[in-house]
Structure formats: structure tokens, C-alpha cells
Design a protein around this ligand. Sequence first.
Ligand code: IVH
Length: 678
Amino acid sequence: MSGLSAELNSVEREMAELLDRLDRWSLAYHRDDSPLASDAEYDSELRRLAELERANPELISPISPTQRVGDKPLPEFVSVRHKLPMLSLDNAFSGEDLEAFEQRNTSKLNIPSLRFCCEPKLDGVAMSLLYENGILVRAATRGDGSVGEDITHNARTMATVPLGLKRQDLPKVLEVRGEVVIPRADFQRLNERQARHGETIFQNPRNAAAGSLRQLDPRITAKRPLVFMAYSVGHVQGGTLPDTHSEVLTYLNELGFKVSELTRVVTGWREAENYVASILAQRDDGDVDIDGVVVKVDDFSQQNALGYVARAPRWAIARKFPAQEEVTTLLAIDFQVGRTGAITPVARLKPVFVGGVTVSNATLHNADEIARLDVRVGDQVIVRRAGDVIPQIVKVLVERRSGDPTPVVYPTKCPDCSSSLIRDVEEAVTRCDNSMACPAQQKAALEHFVSRKAMDIDGVGEKLLGQLFDQGLVKTAADLYLLTPQDLSALDRMGQKSATKVVRAIAASRETELSRFLYALGIREVGEATARALAAHFDSLDLIMTASRESLEEINDVGPIVAGHIHHYFSSQAKRQIVVCLLSAGISWPKKENKPDLTKSLADQTWVVSGKLESMSRDEAGAAIRQLGGHTAGSVSKKTDVLLAGPGAGSKLSKAQSLGVTIIDEAAFSEILREAGL
Ligand code: IVH
């Protein structure tokens, strides 16, 4: 072998190894949510591959990750005819509808019951991917079901779309179908980014996904957080597949596709309906919008015997959930003053059932949002409630507007104390700066102080605080600790017994934790996680009160803005006075910050499970958490109480660390389950 070809061989080998490693890391990250390498390691290997490719362009593989994003926009979209039509599904709205669906099919097949494969119905956009000899050759939208548009250039940009399928026994031609979705958290960030750049705000993740796929320029699509989840195969030629739909899903997962982890095989409509109930119960916790459950006859020979009616298969049905968007009327807009003085416009709506609850208020965020929507009182609006986000008005149906309602006039004076308002351009917030004397701010601060995650004072809520404030009995939080049962029993509908109970509850809150106390003060931008991080870092109120901005910024979760707010708070003579009064009222905490007591019930705690667990699946861990009264969520945020982390927890682990979220491992979790008798 000549020197040159030996060298080329070793380059080829290195490139092949890099491709293989990058592919494995990408699958672990994107398909399995369980990273094997850090982002920095991935980027560095990718850079090395790109460098070798630049030096040896003839060795570039069509399935190299460097080949995902094209650098030129397409002149126009090309139509493609699907080899097999992409059908739609009939709908079921109740258990009875499912019973009738099973009944129709069992009597046609003359069998007593059916095995179904149940999957979440993902609320996104359908996409078909065509592979020839394992290489992606075409991607298409559904279009009218028979003819769609070629979007290969865009599909290639998605990390969850394998460019090549690695397996020896692949059919010559394999069409994979699935849904393109945008996870809720990414959708929120996408809209924030769009707003910052003055670009279109998307109504919901589905519209954003559809808009992102219909781009001629793949460089735009590449910036959108699109995720492809496979749910079936279409055209297959030159090879055989498993005999059941559920096995095909496992097969697709092995080929490199992300498939829903919530899929389950059941027997009979009752089990299917139980599955529907369990998915509905988790709907708000998941990463992506789910608009129902698809129930499919699992056995392909039975599917074939059942066939199709019109444009829908007889063997599958969509069991729909309550809609997450509804139309209602905007009755009024109120301007509320929050505890930090921020003015929030709140839409009062004609009550409407959406996302499983009756909604009569929605947030309008700020003046920019009102201007963007051009929403006016009397308008018909689309309200959206998805996940645990506050209901939002996402669209005004301008074409339904009657007459010429007047545009909303944003207040220039505080609706409560009439002080002039200040507009904080950076934050797009209008604020009442009269923090010490604005009654609305004082009341909101008191409500925050007693709230569950702050001082957690039982039996003292908005109503009682309102009365105490209005009668001049309580102005600041410290006054609460001076109340006597006599003071309280003078109030409306307050007997001696309840008065004593309230005073006891207030007294009991004196023994607290430093993090709760810090959170209860209501310092701007200091949420529970930041308060916990501050307490853990300094373990002393004195040190926090005298800390410089720089030393505050040493904490992971604290940037210059938050450090500024903390510093500003404790520099104020009046605020320091409040703290002193509270301490002289007897509030105290143990020196070392206690971790939350994980051995009790998990009532109202939000958990995230990430990484690989040995003794159970992540789903089983989630089920146990919910059984103990906790909630589970798909991503780590300020609202997370505990992260259960196994090996490969990756970005969720680092996020939890930076937010000061309690992190436990599988052994500790097993201990909790044992204690709880599970
Ligand atoms: S199977 C013939 N499975 O729902 C059956 N569809 O109304 C074809 N969808 O446009 C669909 N999640 O894009 C199937 N797990 C799932 C799905 C799913 C979402 C969409 C699909 C289709 C629509 C049918």
C-alpha cells in the first residue's frame, strides 16, 4: 500500500469512527433523552469531522450530521404523490364510542375481543419519510392525503430525523410516518425570541411546527425546535416487518426514531378507556401537546381484514380530549397591581370550558401584548389553556367584530393608589413605583408572605388579609404577629374559635427556614429556587443582607439583574426595617438549611425523572410519584421540587443544579418507596 493511500485509509477510518460516535451520541440525546456526552464534547467531535470533510470532500457521507442544513433556499415547493394515501381518523368522544368501535370490529372479525395498541395523539403536523436502502431520500407533508409537498430539505435539518438507518435486515423501501411537534417549553422560548425580533408570534405549537416545515429556506427551519415522533409505517417494499403495530413501533425505535414512551397494548375497550384516563391525567405534565389517544387494532392481519371506509381506517380511532383552544367573548379588561408594582392586564372572559377546566380569566401580559393582539372589549377571542400555563388569548377573531369598539387605553396612573406609572422598557412592564404606600402592592405582598411556599400560614388567605388591611389592623407582614384573638373576632364572620386558630397558625409560622423567609420577603425575581440557592450558599441572613452584588453573583442561579434586585432591596432603609420587625416578632430558623422531608407523602411536589434507572422504568417511577400524591413534569424548571436522576441525566441534571432543585438518586428514591410501603 502506498503511503498516500495508507494515510487516506486512516482518515477514512477516523471519519467513520467520528460518524459512528456522533450518531450514537445524537440518538442518546434526541431519541432517548439520555445523553452520553456533553454538548461541548459533541460540538468538538463535530468540528473535527467538518475539518476532515473540508480537507477530503470526496469522503463526505450523505448521512453526515454536517450535511443536515442546506445553504440555499428552494425556488418553490414540489408536489409529491404518496404511494399509499395518508388517511385521517374517525373520532370517539367517550368510553361508549370506544365500546361501539370495538363492537363493530369484533363482530366483523367474529371474535370476542380485540388487542389494541394505544398511543397519545400528538398535536402536531404529519410527515412522511421515505428511506431507500436505509438512506433518507424524501420527506413530504400530508397535503390532502394523496398529494403533499416535498420538504426533504427541511426534514433533514431535524436531529430526530435519521438520515440513515443502520440495520442489516432493512426493507429496500421503507416509508415512516409520524408527527412533527414542538415541545411546549421550546414553543414558549420560540415565541419569546420571535417577540424580541419583532417577528410573528405563533398561536400554538402546531401552527409553529406547520409554519416551520413550510419554509423554502432550510436555514430557518433548522432554527426551529422541531421534533419528529414516528407512529407508523406506510409503503414497504422488498422486506418484511413484524406482525403487529406495537412491534413495529419498537422496531422503528431501534432504527433510530423517537416513539412515544407512553404507548401501551391493552385488551378490550375498557382497558383502552382506562389508558385514556391515565393519559388525560398526565396531559398537563408532558413535554408536548396531546389532543387525544389513538386506539389501533394491534394485529396487522386483523387490520387488513377490517380495511377502510372512505378516508379513514376501520381499525383505528382517535379518542379525543377536551379542546385546548376555544372561542369566547372578552367582557372586560382589568388592570391588576402585583406585589412588585407591575401592572398586569387581565382579560375577563365569558366562562368557557377549555383544556378540561372552566376559564373566566386570561392574562394579557403587558401593553405590548394588547397592542399586538389589538384586542378590544366585546371581541370574540381564541383562548388557549395547555399544560400548567395560565390561560392566554392567542388570537382575536377580527372578522367577527361588530361595530367599531374602542381600542384599549392603557392606564397612566396606578389603578389603586393613583401614582404615576413608570414604563420599564427593558422588561416591557409598566410599574407603580410607590412600593411602600400603594395599598394594592401592600396587600399582594401580604398574600405572598402567607402563601404555601412562603411562610405557609394556614387559614389566612386573600379575603381575611383584605379585611385586616382595610380595617388598619395589618399594614406589613410583621403586624400579623401582633394580632390577638380579640382583634380577629371583631371581624365579619369570625368566631372566637376560628380567631384563636388563626393566631395559633400565625404563631406556628415563626419557626421556619431561611429559604422560606427569603422567598416570603417578595424580593423581585427571587423565586423559591433562588431563595433556596441563597440560603444554601450563605446560610446566614446577615451575610445575605450585607453581600455585595459580586458575591451574590457567585451563586449559579443569580445573574447581574437578580443580584441588583437583592442588593437594592436590602439597601432600602424601609425594607431593612421590615426585616428587623419580623425578626423581633420572633421569626427564626435552624442554622443549617433543611432539605425537604422526602419521606412523607409527596403531596403537591413536582418531580422530574431523568436518566437511566436500574430497578424500574422512568414511567414506573413517575407512576409511583403520582401514587404518593406528587406531580411529574417533563422538564426541569423553577417549579420543580425534586429531580430523580439516574446515569445520563445530562442537561436536566445541570439545570436542576443551577436552580438549586433537590436532586436524589435511585437508591434514595427506592428508600422513599420502601418507607411509603410501595
Ligand atoms: S395514526 C390511518 N397515530 O392524527 C391512521 N396518527 O386524524 C393514521 N396523529 O394526521 C394516523 N398522533 O398526523 C396516528 N399516534 C398517532 C398520532 C396520529 C397524531 C395525527 C396524524 C393524522 C391525524 C389523524
